[in-house]
Write a protein that binds this ligand. Sequence first.
Ligand SMILES: Nc1ncnc2c1ncn2[C@@H]1O[C@H](COP(=O)(O)OP(=O)(O)OP(=O)(O)O)[C@@H](O)[C@H]1O
Ligand SMILES: [Mg+2]
Length: 512
Amino acid sequence: MHALSLETYKLTKRFGSFTAMDAVNLKVRPGTVHALLGENGAGKSTLVKCVVGYYHPDGGAVMIDGREQAIGSPTVARDLGIGMVYQHFTVVPGMTVAENLLLARGKLPAVIHWKAVRAELEAFLQTTPFRLDLDATPMELSAGEKQKLEILKQLYLKPRLLILDEPTSVLTPQEADEVLGLLKQRAHAGDCTVLMITHKFREVAEHADDVSVLRRGALVASHAVGEVSAEQLAAAMVGEGKSAKAAAFVREELEGHEAGPVRLAVKALVVAGDRGELAVQSLSLSVRGGEIVGVAGVSGNGQRELMEALVGQRPIESGDVHVGAERFHATRAQNRRLKVRSLPEEPLRNACVGELSVGHNMGLRVFDAPPAARSGWMHFGVLRDKARALIREYGVKTQGEGAQIRTLSGGNVQRAVLARELAEEADLLLVSNPVFGLDFAAVAEIHGRLVAARNRGTAVLLVSEDLDELLALSDRIVVMSEGRIVFECAAAGADRRTLGAHMGGHGHAEAA
Ligand SMILES: Nc1ncnc2c1ncn2[C@@H]1O[C@H](COP(=O)(O)OP(=O)(O)OP(=O)(O)O)[C@@H](O)[C@H]1O
Ligand SMILES: [Mg+2]
């Protein structure tokens, strides 16, 4: 088994009259980790989808080990030893983790010898940095766990060229280091070649050998990692002349002010998970106006169920939620009256209708209220103008407000939903991993908007698996582990190691 080389020659892809990828010549050396950078909508996913036969290019060629290959479908790619972890999840929702792993190989055999298979899967899991319950179904998994399953599925196939489209978006930095470290080790042993799309310069610096940059569908830079700085890469991404400065958010922008009255009060909340287990156990927390409370935790510790319960997508077993003085059920009317806005995980699935246009999706919150609806009529002109303004303001890359939202790049779907949710003044914002998949400039911008909302008096509950994000933005941090809040502290001056220990469920051991 040896690592494959990959070369593209003048690879081109058009969607209608729009050229998403323009004559790209990319060279990925065998046995290396190659990072691919670019702004949201630059054409990164389009490029790799063409390589694995998910899209059919309109021109150019793909060379594997120096030989031109017509890769007509992902199955052909798999037979060549090429694996891909997609940006959007592809696991089969109704099947267990074990079945999904087996299915990755192609079709399931008619007779499965479960005992032997389980032993093999358990042994395989031992060789990876991840622990997943083989009997869980993806419906029960958090975004982070699904991402791990996607990666595991590919590792299980032992590909000779592995392509990963933003594999670490919802992993903690430690998890990302573990998986990327493992991939680098396999690449340098000559077992496989790795091409990974990422928005994180740190991952490029620490784990990649080479790096290429796409801008507006064209390859604009390709370097050995040691020969290029993060500033140069950022400049290549956004183009000369534009400021590449998107300094990480600094805590100083958190205006010192007294927090206002309690906006969100959660008392003794109990929420069941998909299998009836207690995903959230007797959880109490409160968020005041003008305060950002960060919820830290390793994904899969009840954060998803907590958020779903708060936004009304999951029943509450006991306990209660108040917004202001009112018991909160997250109905449309209540959301509007109490000015509650939310951004859930996987917005394309949970907060959009993929087949509807960008404009309609942006109007989902307001289409039945004035001025879009007057005397029982919907005024599409109002929605359209509003959508156009939001698209401009949030820099959503789309062919127009009439394009189906599912045709947008991953980061642009996220931007569109954020634009909708942050457009109007909110008293309470409930957000989950808000910068998932955003390029560096957009990350700084969205962080700035969350802090601006807080400075204006909005109460913000921020669930994130990114501890750095929480440390930068929060006033207070609570740590969730196994459905409970196990630790709480002020974010200023908080110690990452202590937080990490509590996230791992070892808070007491460390304190002792
Ligand atoms: N099926 C499609 N139909 C129409 N346009 C598409 C389709 N797929 C992608 N595009 C367009 O092609 C461009 C590049 O999209 P792509 O998904 O490759 O971006 P990306 O670099 O992966 O961005 P991100 O970082 O946000 O994931 C975008 O403007 C997108 O709207
Ligand atoms: Mg993409």
